[in-house]
Write a protein that binds this ligand. Structure first.
Ligand code: DOR
Ligand code: ZN
Length: 343
């Protein structure tokens, strides 16, 4: 029986660090195991300029627990960006790429893009500068079922973006459906991040007996068993185009349970790598974990693979109910459940 595994230090290609006190807490956990994280720009005042990105990067890195830790910031794309500043920031490694939030697709996406064709000039810049377009791939429209938002986005938008900008590197973030997995697999220059929760939950874990479990509610919403199995296969075996992105997205517990409009997001940072290890073990694919966690991502982004190594030991631990510090209280994903691995 395997009792310990060594892997190259991972990176997390999708994390929400938030702001203020919350940022300190998230940074502590995300810099615990990762060398680099992509820090999502959907802060309360979205990150759309080089100055904001530099300040945000500095703030996160100064709170990290790991000296080599690096935060990579994508620009929150809007149809009113200053394109000179945007290009300057891409050329000077201030922006790692651009993040497309379709309008009202998720938390703080009210500044996102309504008419995606209007920002094709931005995609052109990203393609020319060889930078990555990160996409929240969902269309939120009244006539679209919440479970079909990813499929509609692929059919009505992504297909055309892919075919118009053939050299543009695209990441379909938090792929949530077998339809999304298939699209990434058959198209060129496109990768996908996969969260632990989309490989552990199905819609029954969110919507049951006419009650919603707010701690399992996220965007894209988790789907069917068939989708979960397809995501597990993509992460564990079709192992070139998919990489680690937790989409760890904390909300205060009080905001999760007291509000009529429920905040979407799952906080997994305190145990995310261990959860991935559990899943890979269940799939008899522990030997492929390192590719997913530490190799495919940097290769896709054109960055160096990390040089340090980290050990996961087979030690059973129980995930604490909450992450609590000062005024911050966040419900942990997988709370009260046992995990087989420990960094
Ligand atoms: O569930 C989610 N929460 N999905 C996202 O895309 C954004 C995130 C957040 O910022 O809370
Ligand atoms: Zn996210």
């Amino acid at each position: 029986m395997t009792t310990s595994i060594k892997i190259i230090q991972p990176d997390d290609w999708h994390v929400h660090f938030r702001e203020d006190e919350m940022l300190k807490v998230v940074t502590k956990y995300s810099s615990r195991v990762n060398r680099r994280c992509i820090a999502m720009p959907n802060t309360s005042n979205p990150i759309t300029s080089s100055d904001q990105a530099s300040a945000y990067k500095k703030l996160i890195e100064s709170n990290s627990y790991n000296e080599n830790f690096e935060a990579l910031i994508p620009c929150y794309l809007t149809d009113s960006l200053n394109l000179n500043d945007f290009t300057f920031a891409l050329q000077n490694n201030i922006f790692v790429g651009g993040k497309l939030y379709p309008n009202n697709a998720t938390t703080n996406s009210q500044h996102g893009v309504n008419d995606i064709k209007k920002i094709y000039n931005i995609f052109e810049i990203l393609e020319k500068e060889n930078r990555v377009l990160l996409i929240h791939g969902e269309l939120n429209r009244d006539d679209i079922d919440i479970f079909d938002r990813e499929k509609y986005f692929i059919d009505e938008e992504l297909f055309q973006i892919r075919n118009t900008f053939k050299d543009l590197k695209i990441v379909l973030e938090h792929v949530s459906s077998s339809y999304g997995v298939d699209f990434v697999n058959v198209n060129k220059n496109i990768g996908g991040t996969i969260t632990p929760h989309h490989m552990l939950l199905t819609k029954d874990d969110v919507f049951k007996n006419e009650k919603i479990n707010p701690h399992h509610y996220c965007m894209p919403v988790v789907k069917n068993e068939e989708d979960l199995l397809s995501l597990r296969k993509a992460a564990c075996f079709d192992n070139d185009k998919f990489f680690l992105g937790t989409d760890s997205a904390p909300h205060l517990t009080k905001d999760k349970i007291q509000h009529e409009s429920l905040k979407a997001g799952i906080f997994s940072s305190p145990c995310s790598l261990e959860l991935y290890a559990n899943i890979f073990e269940e799939e008899h694919a522990l030997h492929n974990l390192e590719k997913f966690s530490s190799i495919n991502g940097p290769q896709f982004y054109g960055l160096d693979i990390n040089s340090q190594v980290l050990t996961l030991n087979k030690i059973e631990t129980e995930v604490p109910e909450y992450t609590e510090e000062g005024n911050i209280k966040i419900k942990n994903f997988f709370a009260g459940k046992k995990i087989n691995w420990k960094v």
